[in-house]
Design a protein around this ligand. Structure first.
Ligand code: FAD
Ligand code: DLZ
Ligand code: SF4
Length: 519
């Protein structure tokens, strides 16, 4: 009897996936494909490819152990034609299924491609909602309908009410407030001990994948080894438990802090597991809430964590599907510059950037404030083309898929959507970085100086950015104070900063526009 061919993508490694919901192990086949096209449509970080391939292979093994028929196409299979579409087509010829079932993918380009599959394959293709998220794209669209502006905070409150997370018996937010962000901006005390992340020892499956990636993707960005990420749901759950035990209690307080040599501080480092399906967003929110109810972590930490997963993660996904495909072309400030070469090498005298990029190269991870206020902020101030910035972020992070990467870069870091996601640009001078980190104390530049040889580039670039773009946010009430401070500056001071900004930007070695498109 012909069964169903069920496709599972590399970022859909969940046993509860909608495409597997009514699996009949007697007749159905689950298909997983290592597709060179998925690994190279942007040239993903080596560690990201290794993480996904190893997690895919482990997922396939676990299904097989449960008696499920799995057809797993390896990258080095001589018959592998390299794209998901061609491999599904080939699998249809092998298995002659009655239909194909899959869960909607996380990227628009693939979703559009799938529109043609039914005709091409000549059999029904059923695309199911991705029920691992709290909100379906159509429900987000209904929420957004008719609203003048879309703000995460209101969306988040609705989800708190709907899910009951951190709500009291009277339907009010626990602690009397929806949001404890004000309490979550402490710089790191010098004497605090930061727990280290435990690495998972690569097993035989991971070692084979590491060899494959070393051979096939040697020219891609990033360090492949040491590799210590979790590659199974059980390992990811253990990593999350370690976070709850050791780092969640301080997560809120030091959420925005940065420190030399400290890659992850009190962050969870679970985004790659959540996005690939090894962890379940409902379960991690429930576990974090339990930690608060059991007295293991304070409310500001737990609310902060739940807000990221329930609020931001869902909000950016809703916005992505609402605004695509136009969203990928937004460029509010008409930024044109190529990406500075140091984004690919980490070689810069600016310590904050060297730290964030060096870490990214080693770990395929950097935490939120580094992504937003260091690499993102610099790209915003320097006027780098959003296409080039988006490509970099999509390549370098193990958690990056366009549904989550694009709104964070285009909307949050670059304000390239003109304020759809953020109410004002997250532009900042070196003062912010000095307040939230010890980077400046270890930098050749002087964060207190605004012009002159040793002046921190973030300072004069910031005021040059305000001078260049002030007219574009003149009516934004949240920019009023800055514009007024700028208006009061002495003209010769402004001229000195702008001239230094021009020299600095002219001297930047960049990857030219066009070149990044070809990568
Ligand atoms: P934690 O700080 O411990 O936060 C907990 C979880 O909340 C994360 O694992 C993540 O799932 C979720 N989360 C937190 N902030 C966001 C956010 N703004 N949007 C969506 N989810 C969020 N996150 C990605 O998952 N993929 C990306 O490609 C990505 N690109 C980003 C690019 C820029 C410019 C910025 C500013 C942020 C980006 N983020 C992205 C969001 C955030 O930086 C990462 O989710 C976070 O740093 C991952 O580390 P963590 O697991 O330790 O997070
Ligand atoms: C990111 C990625 C990579 C590197 N490789 C594969 C792959 O070989 N096979 C696969 O099914 N998925 C892969 N992925 C994840 C897909 O790119 C992802 O499913 C889409 O971008 C949609 O989110
Ligand atoms: Fe970065 Fe400026 Fe501080 Fe140096 S002085 S670390 S460039 S903010």
């Amino acid at each position: 009897m012909p069964g169903v061919l069920r496709l599972v993508l590399g970022d859909q490694l969940s046993r509860g996936l909608s495409a597997l919901a009514d699996l009949d192990a007697e007749v159905d086949t689950v298909l997983l494909v290592e597709a060179v096209e998925e690994a190279t449509y942007v040239r993903h970080h080596k560690k990201k490819i290794a993480f996904l391939f190893s997690a895919m292979r482990h997922f396939a093994e676990a299904l097989r152990a449960d008696g499920v028929a799995v057809d797993y196409v390896r990258l080095d299979d001589p018959d592998n034609r390299g794209s998901l579409r061609d491999e599904v087509s080939r699998a249809v010829r092998r298995h002659k299924p009655k239909r194909i079932i899959l869960t909607e993918p996380g990227e628009w380009r693939l979703r559009r491609d799938m529109d043609g599959w039914q005709t091409e394959m000549g059999l029904p293709v059923e695309i199911r909602d991705d029920t691992r998220f709290f909100v379906a794209p159509r429900d987000f669209a209904a929420w957004a309908e008719g609203r003048k502006s879309l703000r995460m905070e209101y969306f988040y409150r609705e989800l708190r009410r709907r899910t009951g997370f951190l709500m009291d018996a009277d339907g009010q937010p626990e602690g009397g407030r929806w949001n404890f962000d004000q309490d979550n901006r402490k710089p790191l005390p010098a004497d605090i001990e930061v727990p280290s992340l435990e690495a998972v020892e690569p097993d035989a499956i991971t070692r084979a994948v590491l060899d494959l990636v070393a051979n096939r993707f040697a020219a891609h960005f990033g360090d492949l080894e040491p590799f210590g990420y979790a590659v199974t749901a059980e390992q990811a759950e253990a990593a999350f438990e370690a976070f709850v035990r050791e780092r969640l209690p301080h997560f809120g307080d030091y959420q925005d802090a940065m420190a030399v040599g400290e890659a992850t501080l009190f962050h969870s480092v679970v985004s790659m597991y959540l996005n690939a399906g090894l962890l379940d967003p409902h379960a991690v929110c429930a576990r974090a809430e339990k930690a608060w109810r059991d007295g293991q972590a304070p409310l500001n930490a737990v609310e902060g964590f739940i807000r990221q997963v329930l609020g931001w993660r869902e909000f950016v996904r809703g916005l992505y599907w609402l605004e695509m495909p136009d969203y990928a072309r937004r460029n509010f400030f008409h930024a044109r510059r190529g990406l500075p070469e140091f984004y690919w090498t980490g070689e810069t005298e600016m310590r904050c950037l060297a730290e964030a990029i060096g870490q990214t190269k080693r770990n395929a991870h950097a935490h939120h404030i580094q992504r937003l206020m260091v690499t993102g902020n610099f790209a915003l101030l320097a006027g780098v083309h959003p296409g080039a910035v988006n490509e970099w972020y999509l390549v370098v992070y193990a958690d990056a898929y366009e549904w989550v990467e694009l709104p964070n870069v285009t909307g949050m870091a670059l304000f390239a959507d003109g304020g759809l996601l953020a109410s004002k640009p997250y532009a900042a001078s070196g003062k912010y970085i000095a307040r939230m980190s010890d980077y400046c104390a270890h930098c050749r530049y002087d964060v207190k100086r605004q012009s002159g040889d040793d002046a921190c580039p973030f300072n004069y670039l910031y005021w040059d950015f305000i001078a260049r773009n002030g007219d574009k946010f003149a009516r934004n009430p949240r920019m009023k104070m800055i514009l007024s401070a700028f208006g009061k500056m002495k003209p010769d001071k402004v001229a000195a900063m702008r001239s230094q900004a021009k020299d600095f930007l002219d001297g930047l070695k960049t990857v030219k526009e066009g070149e990044w498109r070809a990568r």
